[in-house]
Design a protein around this ligand. Structure first.
Ligand SMILES: Cc1cc2nc3c(=O)[nH]c(=O)nc-3n(C[C@H](O)[C@H](O)[C@H](O)COP(=O)(O)OP(=O)(O)OC[C@H]3O[C@@H](n4cnc5c(N)ncnc54)[C@H](O)[C@@H]3O)c2cc1C
Length: 305
């Protein structure tokens, strides 16, 4: 008997940090690899698309209902296991990245503070090489990942080279493959550093709270930083976007690259703000800002096996 229930007609608002979107035909939380495979088989037999969701912190779901299955990774797929002898840690793809970051800091490893401030899961973070400009990103500590090809059922190990990490990008960023777990090499450790490492994390969190509306409903940065170029927030602010409102969505006063759901926003409200921002920045600076937030299910059309 599988330990999961397939819940019909589930609200996508509950699954994302921006709290917008329609409903999904089915939602299920799985606990192990066998259950993922079983659900994929169910999806195939039912001719339904499926989607793995992490913490929903980089997603804008459509207001239309999703005729498919949304799968969340739980149970064993959230385990975090330290290997002190080899100074590595292996985390299930469903593990919260913040928990991983805090656990690492508590053990006295310096240098992974960026993990402790990003509210995604390990799978979602590996997929786009999440990180912060100042503190580093996933590629800095990544050793390998186990990845399931849902079409063939084969599980492969990806090392750092095969991940082809780049700024908020990797070989899996537009892939239907499923990240099952990732192993990270830990930086310098000393039990004495534990307090110091935790202090660095707390300070980083405090800086973010002061500059970004982290406690409101949002999905973090809307756009990627143009390379070369200034941070997107700078262009958006110059283009007069700060505080602009469409329906219940607003460009944050604290940071023009963040959109917040202030009053029952729809995804369509958010998309309109994104389009206005892109258009204005293009007209003023000739730069087309690329979205960091993922539109689902629209963006899935470009995904490959
Ligand atoms: C307050 C706030 C602050 C943020 N700060 C940062 C920051 O500093 N740096 C940064 O990089 N990002 C930041 N983000 C964005 C977001 O947290 C990251 O992009 C994070 O990596 C997304 O992870 P997730 O688990 O929420 O992924 P989701 O949003 O759930 O999913 C994103 C995509 O990944 C796919 N996916 C998820 N899990 C898997 C898996 N196991 N296998 C295959 N595909 C998978 C999904 O299908 C989807 O396409 C922030 C967001 C918020 C709300």
């Amino acid at each position: 008997m599988p330990s999961y229930k397939i819940i019909p007609n589930y609200s996508l608002k509950e699954l994302t940090t921006i709290k917008t979107g329609g409903r999904t035909q089915y939602f299920a939380k799985v606990s192990n690899i066998a259950e993922i495979k079983e659900l994929i088989q169910f999806a195939r037999e039912s001719l339904l698309p499926f989607l793995i969701i992490g913490n929903g912190s980089n997603i804008l779901f459509s207001d239309e209902d999703f005729c498919g299955i949304v799968i969340s990774l739980n149970g064993k797929l959230k385990d975090i296991v330290f290997d002190d002898k080899n100074s590595t840690v292996t985390a299930g793809a469903g593990a919260p990245l913040m928990k991983l970051g805090f656990d690492i800091a508590r053990r006295g490893f310096l240098g992974c503070a960026y993990m402790a401030v990003i509210p995604g899961t390990v799978g979602g973070a590996v997929r786009i090489n999440a990180g912060t400009l100042e503190e580093g990103d996933i590629k800095d500590h990544f050793l390998s990942a186990l990845v399931l090809n849902p079409t063939t059922g084969v599980i492969c190990e990806y090392d750092k080279d095969s991940m082809r990490f780049a700024y908020r990008n990797s070989v899996l960023a537009r892939s239907r493959k499923i990240i099952l777990q990732a192993t990270f090499k830990l930086p310098q450790q000393d039990r004495l550093y534990s307090k110091e490492a935790q202090k660095i994390v707390s300070e980083l969190l405090a800086v973010r709270k002061a500059k970004q509306p982290v406690n409101q409903k949002n999905f973090g940065s809307t756009f990627k930083r143009p390379l070369p170029g200034k941070p997107p927030g700078w262009y958006l602010e110059q283009a007069g976007m700060k505080g602009m409102r469409v329906g219940g969505a607003m460009v944050a006063q604290e940071h023009a690259n963040w959109i917040v759901n202030v009053d029952n926003a729809t995804s369509s409200d958010v998309k309109k703000l994104i389009e206005i921002g892109q258009k204005r920045v293009f007209e003023k600076f000739g730069i087309w800002l690329e979205r960091e937030v993922i539109y689902l299910p629209e963006d899935m059309e470009d995904w490959h096996d």
